[in-house]
Design a protein. Structure first.
Ligand code: C2O
Length: 506
C-alpha cells in the first residue's frame, strides 16, 4: 500500500518536563511530531513544506538503507540541498526492511529542538510474529530548555575553553514524564525502544521484569535476556516483555542518563525519567531502586538471527582517528584524521552524479568533507580509533555494519598484528555503535548500496563540531542508475546553486 503524509514544519510551544515552556519545532502545529507507521513493503510519500520562516530543514530516515534511492536519505549538503523557508519537496520511497527506526531533521543541530520521532516498519510475517500480543513504542530522549542555536554558539565559543558539551535539563520518555503504560497480566508485549537524544545515552530497566531482546537497529537477533539496556543516542532495541501473572502492584520503568558523558553534572539535575507499568491504576506508583542494582547488557554479545558470518578479506581498509581540539581560535572542534568536517555548497551526491569519469577520485569531493570512495561490492573494513577520553555513538548511513571487534576502554590504537584480538564470527549488525573512551573498534560492511553516506558521531554537539566523514559508494554505478527528482533540484535552484544543474543532466 501507499502511505502518504503532508508535513508542514512549524514552530509551536511545549513544556514536556513540566518545568519550562519553550518554542519547539513541530509538524502541522503539533508536538510531539507524528510517529511514522508503515508495513514492510509499503511505499511512503511525505510532502514536506518548511514554514519555519527563518531556518532550513530536511528529514532523514535513520537506519533506512535507501538502496536505489540515495537522494531520499535527507542530510542537507550530502544528498539534498537544505529545504529553505517557504520551500517544499517530496520524499518518496519503498520501505523494504522491517524494524524500529526514527526520523529527524538532518540540518545541523536541529532535531533536539523537537523534529524527531519514531519510524516503525511492521513485519506481520516476521520471525517473531505471533510471539507477542501487542506492540508498543517507547522513545527516550534528552531535553534542553534553550534552543539549539543558542546552546551551540556558546558551545563553540572561546567562552567554553574546555569544550564542555551543554548538559540536558531533563530526560523524557515518549517526550513526556510519568508515562503510564497499562498492561494486563500474563501477556507478552513487543516494546520498540528508540533513543532520540541529542546527547545522552540512557540506562533503561523495568523493575520486577526482564527484557528479551529480539531486534537491534532493524536487525533481528537471537533472543537475549537483559535486566538493563544501555542505549546511546540514535540506537534502537526491541524486546519482548512478558508481564507477571501475579501482579498486584505497579512497576517503575526507568531511563537514566549516563552522567559519565557530562563534563560537570549541574546541581539539581535529575538524570532519570520514570514511567510505569500499570497493572492496577488504583494502586500506588513506586519509586525507582538504585541504578547499581542492575548490570547493563553488552550489545557485542548479540547474534543476528540470520546467522550472517563475518565478511572476510576486506578489499578496502582504512582507519579514522577521533580527536577533539581547537583550531587556535579558541573554539572547540572534532576531527577525524585531523579533518573537521565542513559541509560543501553543492550536495556531495550531486557532485558524484555530475563528475563524469573522475567520480571515483576522492579529491573532487573536497578535503573538508573527509571523503572515502568505495568500489561497488568492496568489502570495507573501517577501524575507528578513539583518541579522546569520551564515549561516542558512531552512526553509518545506508548500512547496518558488522561490529567485528570492540576494545575495552583505553586500549589505544587498534593493532592488527595483535594476535590476542578476536573478531566476532557472527557479528552483531547495527547502524549505531558505541566506542569506549580511548578505545577502538572494527566495523565491516559490503559496499552493495551505491550512494553517498555519512559516518558521524550521533552526539549533535559533535556533528556540529565536525566529527563527520563522507563515504561515496560506487558513484560510477550511481551515475547510470539514479536520477534526482526535479523537485529536489528545484530546492537548490531556489537558492541559486546553479552548478547543481549539471546533476540534472545525467
Ligand atoms: Cu540519525 Cu546522520 O543520522
Amino acid at each position: 500500500k501507499t502511505v502518504t503524509y503532508d508535513f508542514n514544519v512549524t514552530y509551536t510551544e511545549a513544556n514536556p518536563d513540566g518545568q519550562f515552556s519553550r518554542r519547539v519545532i513541530g509538524i502541522n502545529g503539533q508536538w510531539p511530531i507524528p510517529t511514522i507507521d508503515v508495513d514492510k513493503g509499503d511505499r511512503l510519500i511525505i510532502h514536506l513544506h518548511n514554514s519555519l520562516g527563518d531556518v532550513e530543514t530536511s528529514l532523514h530516515f535513520h537506519g533506512l538503507y535507501q538502496n536505489g534511492t540515495a537522494y531520499m536519505d535527507g542530510p542537507a549538503a550530502v544528498t539534498q540541498c537544505p529545504l529553505g523557508p517557504g520551500q517544499s519537496m517530496t520524499y518518496d520511497f519503498t520501505v523494504d526492511q522491517p524494524g524500529t527506526y526514527w526520523y529527524h531533521s538532518h540540518v545541523k543541530g536541529q532535531y533536539p529542538d523537537g523534529i524527531r520521532a519514531p519510524f516503525i516498519v511492521r513485519d506481520p510475517k516476521g520471525p517473531y510474529a505471533g510471539k507477542y500480543d501487542e506492540e508498543v513504542v517507547i522513545s527516550l530522549s534528552d531535553w534542553y530548555h534553550q534552543e539549539n542555536p543558542v546552546l551551540f554558539s556558546r558551545f563553540l565559543s572561546i567562552a567554553n575553553p574546555t569544550g564542555a558539551e551543554p548538559v540536558p535539563d531533563s530526560a523524557l520518555m515518549n517526550e513526556t514524564q510519568g508515562l503510564q503504560f497499562n498492561v494486563k497480566p500474563g501477556k507478552t508485549y513487543m516494546v520498540r525502544m528508540v533513543n532520540m537524544a541529542a546527547f545522552a545515552a540512557q540506562y533503561f530497566w523495568i523493575e520486577g521484569h526482564k527484557m528479551n531482546i529480539i531486534e537491534v537497529d532493524g536487525i533481528y537477533t537471537e533472543p537475549a535476556e537483559a535486566d538493563m539496556i544501555y542505549i546511546t543516542a540514535a540506537q534502537r532495541y526491541s524486546f519482548l516483555l512478558t508481564t507477571r501473572d501475579d501482579a498486584d502492584a505497579n512497576f517503575v520503568m526507568v531511563g537514566s542518563m549516563d552522567e559519565d558523558l557530562f563534563d560537570t553534572v549541574p546541581d539539581g539535575l535529575n538524570p532519570n525519567v520514570t514511567g510505569y507499568l500499570v497493572y492496577d491504576a488504583a494502586k500506588p506508583m513506586p519509586e525507582p531502586a538504585e541504578i547499581d542494582a542492575f548490570e547493563p547488557f553488552d550489545d557485542f554479545a548479540l547474534v543476528p538471527l540470520d546467522g550472517e558470518d563475518l565478511f572476510e578479506n576486506p578489499t578496502y581498509t582504512f582507519s579514522l582517528e577521533v580527536m577533539m581540539d581547537n583550531l587556535n581560535d579558541g573554539g572547540n572542534y572534532a576531527f577525524f584524521n585531523g579533518i573537521t568536517y565542513v559541509a560543501p555548497k553543492v550536495p556531495t551526491l550531486y557532485t558524484a552524479l555530475s563528475a563524469g569519469n573522475v567520480t571515483m577520485n576522492p579529491t573532487i569531493y573536497g578535503r573538508d568533507t573527509n571523503p572515502h570512495v568505495f568500489k561497488h561490492h568492496d568489502v570495507v573494513e573501517l577501524v575507528v580509533n578513539n583518541n579522546d577520553p569520551g564515549k561516542h555513538p558512531f552512526h553509518l548511513h545506508g548500512h547496518a555494519f558488522q561490529l567485528a571487534y570492540r576494545s575495552d576502554e583505553d586500549a589505544g590504537l587498534y593493532n592488527a598484528s595483535d594476535s590476542s584480538i578476536e573478531f566476532a564470527k557472527k557479528p552483531m549488525r547495527r547502524d549505531t555503535a558505541l566506542i569506549k573512551p580511548g578505545g577502538n573498534m572494527v566495523l565491516r560492511f559490503r559496499a552493495d548500496n551505491p550512494g553517498v553516506w555519512l559516518f558521524h558521531c550521533h552526539i549533535e554537539w559533535h556533528i556540529q563540531s565536525g566529527l563527520v566523514a563522507t563515504f561515496i559508494e560506487a558513484p560510477d554505478v550511481l551515475q547510470t542508475a539514479q536520477k534526482i527528482p526535479q523537485d529536489h533540484l528545484d530546492v537548490c535552484m531556489g537558492q541559486n546553486l546553479a552548478t547543481v544543474g549539471n546533476a540534472a543532466a545525467n
